[in-house]
Design a protein around this ligand. Structure first.
Ligand code: FES
Length: 157
């Protein structure tokens, strides 16, 4: 198609999808950062799937692009490098280990705080990877830091 062959065309498709990279490149590097409508987004390739999230942690804006991926309670999660908050790649839920003091022998269990980190839809087409622009009619905790770091030049560490 014409869009992908001319590097001078804007990296924006009519329906708003933003080209963030080549499928093969992201599969090799396993993660990239990109700007989507001015906000910092991290795209992970993990166990055969692409996941895109706001790159700034909903807690205090830590760089999730520098975190480790761990499987927690059966779900792939990114662990924020700053204070080790755990966020599911699939849904953006914040997980915490809590105990129920009413149980006879309370054991810590992973529980969800709900969706805290905005996730972004990823589309792979013809060897290219696209991220959909965010639906800002719904808000998430990570929006605060996405706005704070918006259009801020290089992704900070
Ligand atoms: Fe991510 Fe605190 S900023 S855990």
């Amino acid at each position: 198609d014409q869009n992908s062959s001319d590097p001078h065309l804007p990296l924006q498709w009519p329906d708003g999808l933003v080209l963030v990279g080549k499928e093969d490149d992201i599969k090799n590097s396993q993660r990239i950062t990109a700007k989507v409508n001015g906000r910092e987004v991290v795209v992970f390739y993990h166990e055969g799937k692409f996941h895109a999230l706001d790159s700034r942690c909903y807690h205090e804006g830590g760089p999730l692009n520098l975190g480790e991926i761990e499987d927690i309670a059966g779900q792939p999660c990114i662990v924020c490098p700053w204070h080790k908050y755990v966020i599911t790649l699939e849904t953006g839920e914040g997980l915490y280990e809590g105990i129920n003091p009413l149980e006879p022998s309370p054991t810590p269990r992973w529980q969800s705080k709900g969706v805290k980190q905005r996730i972004h839809k990823v589309t792979v087409n013809n060897g290219n990877v696209y991220v959909s622009p965010p639906d800002l009619s719904v808000s998430f905790d990570s929006d605060y830091f996405a706005d704070k770091y918006k259009n801020n030049g290089d992704l900070a560490v």
